[in-house]
Design a protein around this ligand. Structure first.
Ligand code: ATP
Ligand code: MG
Ligand code: MG
Length: 552
């Protein structure tokens, strides 16, 4: 296996190892908040954090950043673990920030005793209004000079549930004129009388992200705490806590988050789609969630490869969805077996093929992988082909079927269209054709050439299926382009799902237990829908189309 690209974070780690910082130890963590399902953006962070641990013989913990009781749920805790494992990673230790609540509380008391924290009894709005701006210093709170004893008593009462939500907060006492706005007496704790999915009603004060995150890193002795760029303005506060509490010196590094065209990368917005039933659920194949991508037919290998290809930088940008799709195509081109499936069937009757006769033709499962072997496909007098592989009055450049024209049937014979049958509405319902028995295997002994090769299935043995085709979730490239005052959900693509019924598949596709994608020749890569498909009613999802098809 080739070693990962050297990005700026790996460069820093190499230097840290060389200089003996952290005693040459490397430890990272992946810290999701269990308030939704993981998405492809999280996969970037997972591949980075777990990938670094693997590469440097280090450790990577999975830590649930569960400090916000009203939004979190065990359903999310379970799905996140499942998704990390599915992506191919295993954590060293599993932690919950809520396990550190007692320690975090004790440290807050230490800060109070050092005159580095105080209870403020103003509203959130007032506190925010006193923050100042980049050019104007903030205003000190009237409660800033409470004594340590008074603060300790009030803070204890906050914990004991003697106050209502919002009555008091605990703030760090740093500098209301600091050039770093984050250091202008940030909030450490707020009162929230809410049931927590793990601690129940034990706590009614909850630590803020900034107060909890760095200290959790420090408790676990994380060496390199990697987060996304928005947090670089938080770094001075991250360092301040570690310095003042004199705890393990974890260091924070920031990289650019993943943004992908035509989709959204925010759990809050994805939750809106789920709650408003604009998608079927978190694992709807149109969702950019790991579970949605899995159901869509994405492989862990393709997602890991994608994350490696896009690399790690400090510049925010947009990655084209095509890059993700191409990573899947590249993987499945090598590994997916080929099958034939007709999505929009029209009947073909081969008038010179003996009635009642069926023969088994030989087909290669995967031209990219000899070990995938071969299979037999039935062939007989009646077949289905794609409706759009025939034109009543085709232009010259149309190399498929038309009256009097000849094509090659994949793995079979040359087929010539003699005439066609229309129903009372003028729709073509049947093609009458002849085949050339001398062309078995796809070549003519007389050297006659045909330009087009089309796929087909044998009518009698074909299995029926529903096939679901997907398009972009968003009509626009970037949800950030939605003008203020308009609902971003107006840019949802109403045509993101097309359901095709009555598709005809070659019989081998009815085999059960198939959870790896296959290529439907000329149509793309498809996977059995792991939720809705049954032996009696097969359902396939298209993961991705083919870049180009071999017979158009
Ligand atoms: P969201 O806005 O979707 O809720 P989040 O950052 O709040 O994302 P967390 O659960 O806190 O979600 O994320 C866990 C980890 O994954 C964090 O370290 C975060 O930086 C990282 N992460 C989240 N979204 C992305 C993204 N789009 N690209 C790269 N990393 C991401
Ligand atoms: Mg977060
Ligand atoms: Mg979030």
């Amino acid at each position: 296996t080739e070693s990962p690209k050297l990005d700026f974070i790996r460069e820093i780690i190499n230097k840290d190892i060389e200089s003996g910082k952290h005693n040459g130890r490397v430890q990272t963590r992946f810290p999701p908040e269990p308030n939704g399902y993981l998405h492809i953006g999280h996969a970037k962070s997972i591949c980075l954090n777990f990938g670094i641990a693997q590469q440097f013989n280090g450790k990577c913990n999975l830590r649930f950043d569960d400090t916000n009781p009203t939004k979190e749920d065990t359903e999310y805790v379970d799905s996140i673990q499942n998704d990390v494992r599915w992506l191919g990673f295993e954590w060293d230790a599993l932690h919950f920030t809520s396990d550190y609540f007692e320690q975090l509380y004790d440290w807050a008391c230490d800060l109070i005793k050092k005159d580095l924290a105080y209870v403020d009894s103003q509203s959130f709005e007032d506190i925010r209004a006193q923050r100042g701006t980049a050019t104007e210093p903030g205003t000190e709170s009237p409660h800033r000079n409470r004594s340590a004893d008074e603060n300790l008593t009030l803070f204890k009462k906050m914990r004991d549930g003697e106050f209502k939500d919002g009555e008091h907060v605990l703030r760090a006492k740093i500098d209301m004129a600091s050039k770093h706005l984050i250091l202008r007496d940030p909030l450490l704790y707020r009162i929230r009388h809410a049931e927590h999915h793990r601690t129940g009603d034990k706590w009614c004060i909850y630590p803020m992200y900034d107060y909890a995150h760095g200290q959790s890193d420090s408790i676990e002795e994380v060496t390199h705490s990697i987060c996304t760029l928005e947090f670089d303005t938080h770094r001075p506060l991250y360092d301040w806590f570690i310095e003042k509490l004199e705890i393990y010196p974890s260091k924070q590094y920031e990289f650019a988050r993943l943004n992908l065209t035509h989709t959204i990368m925010s759990k809050r917005k994805l939750l809106e789609l789920v709650e408003e039933k604009m998608v079927e659920g978190w694992d709807d194949p149109r969702m950019p969630t790991i579970s949605g991508l899995r159901r869509r037919g994405y492989t862990p290998e393709s997602i890991r490869k994608f994350c490696e290809e896009i690399g790690i930088t400090r510049f925010n940008g947009m990655t084209d969805m095509v890059v993700l799709e191409n990573a899947l195509r590249a993987d499945l081109n090598k590994r997916a077996e080929r099958r034939m499936a007709v999505l929009d069937p029209i009947k073909v009757v081969i008038t010179n093929y003996p009635e009642g006769q069926v023969e088994q033709l030989d087909a290669v499962n995967n031209p990219e992988d000899e070990s995938a072997g071969r299979r037999k496909i039935p062939f007989g007098r009646e077949l289905y082909i794609e409706r759009d592989d025939f034109m009543e009055d085709p232009p010259k450049k149309f190399f498929r079927l038309g009256p009097g024209r000849e094509v090659r049937l994949r793995w079979a014979y040359f087929l010539k269209c003699e005439d066609f049958v229309k129903d009372e509405n003028g729709e073509i319902v049947q093609l009458n054709c002849t085949y050339d028995p001398a062309t078995k295997g796809g070549n003519s002994p007389d050297g006659r050439k045909v330009k087009g090769t089309i796929h087909w299935v044998h009518a009698e043995s074909a299995v029926d299926a529903e096939v679901r085709l997907y398009d972009h979730l968003l009509k626009i490239e970037n949800v950030a382009d939605v003008p203020d005052g308009t609902d971003w959900k107006d840019s949802i693509n109403e045509e993101s799902l097309t359901v095709l019924k009555g598709c005809k598949l070659e019989p081998s596709l009815s085999e059960t237990g198939n959870d790896f994608p296959v290529q439907f020749e000329r149509k793309g890569y498809f996977i059995v829908d792991q939720k809705d498909s049954t032996a009696e009613a097969l359902v396939f999802n298209r993961a991705v189309s083919l870049r180009d098809s071999w017979a158009k």
